[in-house]
Unconditional design. Structure first.
Length: 187
């Protein structure tokens, strides 16, 4: 935030034309996210209707700011960039310019969220299968089929699961009945 004393003026936004294809966004007042900040959609509508090709900012009348101003500027810049508008950021406060440059330089992180969460039984089965496969990699000598000792490969695979569980020391998995173990692997 900038400024020692916070001015209680509401944040204001004015779109002023500059030449035939230019515009200046004049920002004034207190641009704090707790306050009722102007929506960028109104300014973007005016810029689009005026066929603007050059955009500048005038933030000389801003008395205090926080991430609300940075978010507003990022929205305006990203939308106008898709239209091919050249933006002059010199009129923004130095801190805002640095934060905007940082936000544009670092790609947005993909969190993997957004899809529906799998059902609990699916998560349980996936967790169990990954644990068993991890154990099988650690004890791979139990996986090869021995026709003389175990002609039924299904039984051997189920016994391999039980043996891997014993090696892992997972008491809960050892208590699982063979039928439950077999049902997890499709028998």
């Amino acid at each position: 935030m900038r400024g020692a004393a916070i001015d209680e003026r509401n944040p204001t936004l004015v779109v002023r034309r500059q030449g035939q294809d230019g515009a200046v966004l004049e920002l004034a007042g207190t641009w704090l996210s707790q306050r009722d900040l102007p929506e960028p959609a109104g300014a973007l509508g005016q810029l689009r209707a005026g066929a603007v090709r050059r955009l500048a900012f005038d933030a000389g009348q801003i008395t205090a700011w926080d991430s609300g101003l940075v978010t507003f500027v990022l929205k305006v810049l990203s939308e106008t960039a898709t239209w091919g508008v050249a933006a002059d950021r010199a009129g923004l406060p130095e801190g805002v310019r640095r934060l905007v440059a940082l936000a544009e330089a670092v790609p947005e992180r993909q969190t993997g969220r957004g899809g529906a969460r799998p059902a609990w039984l699916t998560r349980l089965g996936t967790r169990y299968a990954s644990r068993v496969l991890k154990d099988h990699r650690a004890h791979a000598h139990h996986l090869h089929l021995r026709p003389r000792r175990c002609p039924d490969w299904r039984g051997h695979l189920a016994s391999s699961f039980r043996m891997a569980d014993r090696h892992a020391g997972d008491r809960r998995a050892r208590r699982l009945p063979t039928r439950f173990g077999r049902s997890l692997i499709g028998f």
